[in-house]
Design a protein around this ligand. Structure first.
Ligand SMILES: Cc1cc2nc3c(=O)[nH]c(=O)nc-3n(C[C@H](O)[C@H](O)[C@H](O)COP(=O)(O)O)c2cc1C
Length: 211
């Protein structure tokens, strides 16, 4: 059995290109075999809280030493981490906002990068003290941009801190099988956007069979 955790990052509903592309991909993917499950995690249209001082204190306290208040501070984060660890596939739909991730998606990231749960820290390993714990998963990032030239090697690649940031985070916690599909030129519209969108649709249709 295969389960996708579907993280939707756009605050837009029907007008969101990333949301629409991922919804179509998920339907396609679910049709390919019986027993495939999708766990939706709304982020862009929800209020994922930023982490707080209490959250940080609780997260860095060993689990067996947390009191009831600390456990409550981490309850929602634990739920988000459980969703991630319970799925063997992760699909994230996110726009690029101001060259990076929408703050809601960043809030989700901050909630799921958890010491002792999705990664560990072992100072006894001098070459690399970080131990990824989120293993055996595959990820797809569908990202949309108003402008163009943000892909690997393209003219504005160095300004892209959106899907590249997610890649860094996912690899850090242990997810290194990552596919990125991008749509560009939303703000220009016209043929260049239509072509970019159609390319993404084709790539997603192809991926649905093997993801
Ligand atoms: C607040 C805001 C900031 C944006 N910043 C960028 C940007 O830095 N670079 C870019 O190419 N597009 C930018 N855009 C355009 C969006 O990435 C684009 O419209 C995208 O399609 C939105 O995703 P969605 O269709 O899934 O909602 C921005 C849009 C908004 C609303």
């Amino acid at each position: 059995m295969s389960q996708i955790l579907s993280v939707q990052g756009s605050p837009r509903g029907e007008r969101s290109h990333s949301r629409r592309l991922v919804d179509a991909f998920l339907q396609d993917w679910a049709r390919q075999a019986s027993g495939r499950q999708i766990v939706p995690r709304e982020v862009g249209r929800a209020a994922i809280p930023p982490i707080s001082e209490a959250w940080i204190a609780a997260a860095f306290q060993p689990a067996e030493q947390r009191d009831a208040a600390m456990r409550a501070d981490l309850a929602f984060s634990d739920q988000l981490v459980d969703e991630l660890l319970g799925a063997d596939r992760l699909v994230i739909a996110t726009p690029m906002y101001n060259f990076g991730l929408p703050s809601a998606v960043k809030a989700w990231v901050d909630q799921i990068v958890r010491i002792g749960r999705t990664f560990d820290f072992d100072p006894g390993r001098p070459d690399n003290p970080y131990v990824p714990l989120t293993l055996g998963k595959r990820a797809l990032i569908v990202t949309t941009r108003g402008d163009h030239g943000y892909g690997p090697g393209a003219i504005h690649a160095a300004r892209n801190h959106a899907d590249t940031h997610l890649r860094t985070v996912l690899e850090f916690i242990g997810i290194d099988d990552i596919t990125v599909i991008a749509v560009e030129d939303d703000e220009y519209g016209g043929q260049s956007f239509a072509d970019s969108y159609a390319r993404a649709e084709r790539a997603l249709a192809e991926l649905a069979g093997s993801f």
